[in-house]
Design a protein around this ligand. Structure first.
Ligand code: RTP
Ligand code: MG
Length: 141
């Protein structure tokens, strides 16, 4: 299977509830290696730009407000089938519907505070990684 990169964000609730380590540990155990990583407070503009695809949706304001409510961890993850593997580890958007053992089922409180973001396609992954990282901030090991 192809080696891919995908963007992961640990959302503000994941930091406030002290789940950074457990979440990254799940990624590493599944063969998803962080090749870029940074703790960052998103500005309103950065959050709006990142979620621009959802700008017409009713939940957009709440989404931007939640994503700027505290710092996040942005990561580029590398591994086999990384985009789909990350989505599988995350679980469904609504934690009430997420499969047992997924990050959202285990750590998320609500559809807003749902702990992680993950790119939903290889093309979006490339754009989302470029949104947060310069090429020189991504390492190989
Ligand atoms: P994400 O982009 O954060 O990884 O989540 P996702 O692909 O599972 O879900 P998406 O449809 O892209 O929605 C982005 C985020 O918006 C919030 N949302 N709220 N109230 C609602 O109906 C609703 N729908 C989506 C969620 O926080 C979701 O993660
Ligand atoms: Mg999405």
């Amino acid at each position: 299977m192809a080696i891919e990169r995908t963007l992961s964000i640990i959302k503000p609730d994941g930091l406030k509830n002290h789940h950074i380590g457990e979440i990254i540990s799940r990624f590493e155990k599944a063969g998803l290696t962080p090749v870029g990583i940074r703790l960052q407070q998103l500005s309103q503009k950065e959050a709006e730009g990142f979620y621009a695809v959802h700008s017409a949706r009713g939940f957009f304001k709440d989404l931007v407000s939640f994503m700027t409510s505290g710092p996040v961890v942005v990561m580029a993850l590398e591994g086999e089938n990384a985009v789909q593997k990350n989505r599988d580890l995350m679980g469904a958007t609504d934690p009430k519907k997420a499969d047992k053992g997924t990050i959202r089922a285990d750590f998320a409180q609500s559809i807003d505070a749902n702990t992680v973001h993950g790119s939903d396609s290889l093309e979006n992954a490339k754009n989302e990684i470029a949104y947060f990282f310069r090429e020189t901030e991504l390492q190989k090991y």
